[in-house]
Design a protein around this ligand. Structure first.
Ligand SMILES: Nc1nc2[nH]cc(C(=O)O)c2c(=O)[nH]1
Ligand code: SF4
Ligand SMILES: [Mg+2]
Length: 240
């Protein structure tokens, strides 16, 4: 019997941009030398989304923002400038699970990155292949200020899956001090640990002001505080 050929869909990624070297700007690896693949597409629509070009046709010309790259294209790009940390972000990277799994497997096989992180909203469960390839999931469950309904942004089974992977950190985007109570409820309900709190903001003065507002209250809860280093350094520049 003739086996079906692997479909193109399994070999090709829909990408918004690749960039680096730069620094990982968020979460536990902040400051690390890093390369980024930003995948196209997101099923959510957070009011304050800082990457609308990945999915929001009302704000961006999406035809201009997407390109189809093969796994080999990305491997060649990484081989040309060897990565220490590869960050796969979006959009929502877990919308392309099969091809992302194959890509990450190939990167591991060829040792093209020391560590791999995925930035995800925590609303789509990762495949086993992805989970075994990554160093860490930086999971950002969205709070009510995202404008999303709770059932869109909080998927209990997915949160449990990610927590069970042993590779998740929980990075919450915060605008105001009241948001910390909302995080606490999610942390207590779903057993989320460790917690990272990160200010929402796409300009350095907002990020700094919110970090100053958050510092003591975050310490009081024994949580971690993330900056947005790329925003402090380069404001809202694309490809940084
Ligand atoms: N430097 C830098 N670090 C980042 N960490 C997460 C990012 C993202 O857009 O998900 C990001 C980004 O866009 N730039
Ligand atoms: S989940 Fe991320 S990419 Fe999607 S709309 Fe929200 S902030 Fe933007
Ligand atoms: Mg960003």
């Amino acid at each position: 019997m003739k086996l079906p050929a692997v479909s193109d869909v399994d070999r090709e990624l829909v990408v918004n941009e690749t960039f680096g070297p730069t620094f990982q700007g968020e979460g536990p690896s902040t400051g690390r030398y890093a390369h980024f693949v930003r995948l196209f597409g997101c099923h959510l629509s957070c009011i304050w989304c800082d990457s609308p070009q990945t999915h929001d046709a009302t704000r961006c010309d999406l035809a201009d923002e997407q390109r189809v790259l093969s796994i080999e294209d990305i491997l060649s790009w990484l081989a040309a400038g060897p990565a220490d940390l590869l960050v796969v972000t979006g959009g929502e990277p877990l919308l392309q699970p099969h091809v992302v799994g194959r890509l990450l497997g190939a990167i591991r096989e060829r040792a093209l990155a020391t560590d791999i992180e995925i930035e995800t909203s925590g609303t789509i469960a990762p495949t086993d292949m992805i989970t075994s390839a990554v160093t860490r999931f930086n999971v950002s469950p969205k709070l009510s200020h995202s404008g999303l309904r709770r059932h869109q942004r909080i998927r209990p089974a997915v949160l449990r899956d990610l927590a069970d992977s042993g590779k998740a950190v929980w990075k919450f985007v915060v605008q105001a001090l009241d948001d910390l109570d909302e995080i606490q409820e999610l942390v207590d309900t779903y057993g989320l640990h460790p917690v990272w709190v990160m200010p929402e903001g796409t300009d350095s003065s907002t990020v700094l002001a919110r970090m100053r507002m958050l510092a003591d209250p975050v310490l009081a809860r024994r949580w971690n505080l993330s900056t947005r280093l790329h925003t402090l350094l380069w404001e809202n520049d694309r490809g940084r």
